[in-house]
Design a protein around this ligand. Structure first.
Ligand SMILES: NC(=O)c1ccc[n+]([C@@H]2O[C@H](COP(=O)([O-])OP(=O)(O)OC[C@H]3O[C@@H](n4cnc5c(N)ncnc54)[C@H](OP(=O)(O)O)[C@@H]3O)[C@@H](O)[C@H]2O)c1
Length: 163
């Protein structure tokens, strides 16, 4: 099973503030949905709470030491267990979808990073992605930059594979 991170990252590595996303880019939401639908998704308890419901057509796995499993969610108490549950489902791929704490741990393990680079600087964010170390990660595919009218920024999709 291929283990992937999927994340949208600002130029200053910001990914969230006050347990919410920092932008609304509908093309990115669409890309996220198209990429992850049909596969297990793994998220931290805070990210799950920020969404507030299971994502449809995906096995939803939440990593938490405190949460009781609501309907439609599998709760596990560690990232390794989350990957085991995903693997046991027979999936070919799974996606770690945040947030900051879970990304930091998953970055040591995953094979692939699927990154939306959002060309904004958000210094007052409270959650950041680690630096993508180019001695470890190689960009294997990328799209042209696109402009999003609503958020007034450029963004592109880049896939990184572990060297
Ligand atoms: N830009 C993006 O692509 C993107 C994507 C997703 C999320 N985000 C943003 O990221 C922010 C949330 O990130 P966050 O770092 O605050 O929280 P998080 O990673 O979503 O969740 C943290 C929680 O996960 C659980 N956890 C973490 N490591 C664990 C482990 N090893 N074993 C068991 N449980 C573990 C703990 O839950 P318990 O306390 O219940 O034990 C912890 O409080 C929000 O602002 C969100 O909008 C951004």
């Amino acid at each position: 099973m291929e283990k992937c991170i999927i994340v949208a990252i600002a130029d200053n590595l910001a990914i969230g503030k006050n347990n919410a996303l920092l932008w609304h880019i509908s093309a990115d939401m669409k890309f996220f949905r198209a990429t992850t639908t049909g596969s297990p998704v793994i998220m931290g308890r805070k990210t799950y709470e920020s969404i507030g419901r299971p994502l449809p057509k995906r096995l939803n796995i939440v990593v938490s030491r405190t949460m009781e499993a609501p309907e439609g969610i599998v709760v596990v108490d560690g990232l390794e267990k989350a990957f085991e549950v995903a693997e046991q489902s027979g999936a070919e791929k799974c996606f770690v979808m945040g947030g900051g704490q879970i990304y930091r741990q998953a970055l040591e393990i995953v094979d692939t990073l699927i990154v939306t680079h959002v060309h904004l600087d958000i210094p007052d964010a409270d959650t950041f992605f680690p630096e993508i170390d180019k001695s470890v990660w190689e960009a294997s595919e990328s799209t042209e930059s696109q402009y999003d009218e609503e958020s007034g920024c450029y963004f592109e999709f880049v896939k990184y594979i572990r060297k």
